[in-house]
Design a binder for this molecule. Sequence first.
Ligand code: WQD
Length: 351
Amino acid sequence: MKKILVTGGLGFIGSHICVSLIEQNYSICIIDSLINSEEDNLLSIKKICNLSNNFPKDRITFFKGDIKDKRFLMNIFEKAVDEQKPIEAVIHLAGLKSVNESIEEPLTYWETNVVGTINLLEAMQNYNCKNIVFSSSATIYKPILNELVTENSDLGPISPYGTTKLTIEKILEDLSKSQQNDLKIINLRYFNPVGAHFSGLLGENPKGRPNNLFPILLKVASGEYEKLSIFGADWPTRDGTCIRDYIHVMDLAEAHISALNFILNSSSIFINLNIGTGNGKSVLEVVETFKKVNKCQFEYSYVSRRNGDIPYLVADNRLALSTLHWRPQRNLNDMCIDAWRWKIRSKSKFT
Ligand code: WQD
């Protein structure tokens, strides 16, 4: 049973990937600083995978720690070797991910995302681990209006967050080109992951005040927030609100399994792939769909544009479809229904 290290594995995306990894018979080691996640997600992963108490303990292990701590990372790899179950591949998600927060705190983003990744890559090199699936981002692209972005579209991040993601891709490309590394690397450029596992046991629950549309929408729909502010109604789009490529988090998780299987069965490779649906939805369309499918009502109003926003970002995902033999299976209705099921379930847990 191959052992996979998942950095940031208790986060929103990471926890859903861990469910898919267990279901695909991998053994997983999760590291997470819990800066933007809850250890409860570990219990939820086990519950979803029915990891009963007599399940082999090493099927899923968790260590709290930060990728900025190089010693911690070295110990993770060392422990795996000592247990004769070396880490075969890394799915690297750990990092800070808010576009507008990165504009306020660029140094924090550079230190965590870039220095932390260099620490990870040095630990991988030290322990001869040659396979990595990197959580990259569509925010590395130069904004283009009403055109799908391909992997060869112009790059031009407009936030420190996007710049750190592009920098990490460049570091990985340099490593891939260096002689002594027969590394196998896939950069998955995420568009807008949303939704939740259909069980309602996992969902997007950022710590502190959320930045992203879906977690805010859930708080408005559940009455925790009074109303939704839509950042701008004067964008050059079909209804004046920004258009994004929302992808169900389980479709994204399944793309990681396909990517992992792809590199484990490849020779040396370096490839970038857009992980989106190819369908753009406006903020207003998301709001109206959410209300309709969940039969709920809430207020929203238009306010000024948010720093760092762009009008349009939608994937041309054909390379991912053909390379990974993967295809998104869920639509916006599913994303809204699954997210709301998780919200209702998690609210009932705390009331
Ligand atoms: C979506 C749309 C807002 C909140 C995200 C992640 C980032 C990266 C790219 C992976 C925008 C509008 C939002 C609100 C609103 N993901 N909005 N009112 O900015 O596309 O970035 O995807 O790398 O990590 O942050 O997503 O959900 O913040 O915003 O009107 O209260 O919703 O203006 O148009 P974004 P988002």
